[in-house]
Design a protein around this ligand. Structure first.
Ligand code: SER
Length: 320
């Protein structure tokens, strides 16, 4: 039987690449991409079913779930940390009311759900190196507040209603296909784009900023793998810590310069510096490894080589 999967936020940074991977693995008609206003790439539109919806509209969500006989939802629609600080009420509305709608529909139709949490659940008053799975969660951003509340909602819906919802705390995600939509970790993506386009970049956090990051193939594998894990192997329905690769901005700039001689970087920290400073340098992710076999595959150099190869190809093809 074909698994009928829906990706909410399917035109975003993670959703667009997850859609391609799930369609490649399970067949193009098995994955419905749900977008909002962002126009999907032609590849996404042509490679399988596509619909639009506002995630706050539960009726519309239910209608699509019934029409396509959806059995799994990857719910990736969110307002990220930078944009969220400009309009906190909007971030709450999309992130929390959107999640409740997905969980309600999942409860009604016995649907399995993947929902990503984030390093943003952590704040200043917990260990910043090897941050434990269970520690104080006092985020300083509205995005972080919605991720903590979202994790608790997932856990609640699982305990109270038996909804099979699974979650991970992603670090910053680096990728070359779709740009992230306004987060604090975006500099680690933008630096590659700007190196390829102009060989220079003005960075909005300082050179000593260290955050955990992850390359897109690992991010996609984590989502698919946790969804495939036996339900009783999961010891938490809160988000699992996922560590990736940690580096400072100066180290990242050096990595870029090696592949793009003459690359120039300037540092002009803005409000996102304070956000970055409140997040971990690295996370302890032993629980994810123990429970469902999580393992990071992409290191720093391999990731940088691949980013440059992909972005240079896109530049040559005129799609950058
Ligand atoms: N990438 C996100 C952000 O920067 C963190 O999960 O907002």
């Amino acid at each position: 039987m074909v698994t009928r999967t829906m990706i909410v936020g399917g035109t975003g940074q993670i959703g667009s690449e997850l859609a391609h991977e799930l369609r490649r693995r399970f067949g193009k008609d098995s994955v419905l991409v749900l977008g909002h206003s962002r126009r999907p790439s032609e590849g996404l539109m042509d490679s399988g079913p596509y619909e639009t919806a506002d995630i706050r509209d539960r009726e519309r969500l239910l209608e699509l779930v019934v029409r396509y006989d959806i059995q799994e939802i990857y719910h990736l629609a969110a307002v990220l940390s930078g944009v969220g600080e400009k309009d906190p009420q909007f971030a709450w509305d999309i992130n929390i009311n959107g999640l409740i709608n997905v969980l309600e529909v999942a409860r009604e139709r016995a649907i399995k759900v993947f929902w990503p949490s984030s390093i943003a659940v952590f704040g200043n008053n917990c260990p910043h190196v090897d941050t434990p799975q269970d520690t104080v969660l006092q985020p300083t951003t509205m995005y972080g507040v919605t991720k903590v509340a979202g994790e608790l909602l997932c856990e609640y819906y699982h305990r109270r209603y038996g909804v099979d919802v699974r979650s991970v705390r992603y670090p910053g995600i680096i990728s070359a296909e779709t740009l992230p939509g306004g987060g604090t970790t975006d500099y680690a993506v933008a630096i590659f784009y700007e190196a390829v386009r102009r060989n220079q970049y003005t960075c909005f956090v300082n050179k000593d900023t260290v955050l955990p990051m992850m390359y897109m193939p690992d991010c996609i594998n984590a989502a698919i793998d946790i969804m495939a894990a036996p339900s009783d192997s999961l010891s938490t329905r809160l988000g699992y810590n996922l560590n990736g690769i940690s580096f400072s901005t100066a180290e990242l700039a050096e990595l870029v310069r090696k592949r793009s001689p003459g690359f120039a970087i300037r540092y002009e920290p803005d409000f996102r510096q304070t956000i970055a400073d409140s997040w971990p340098d690295s996370m302890d992710d032993y629980r994810a490894t123990e429970d469902w076999g999580w393992k990071v595959e992409w290191g720093l150099d391999r990731m940088a080589d691949d980013m440059f190869a992909k972005l240079r190809r896109r530049l040559a093809a005129g799609t950058l």
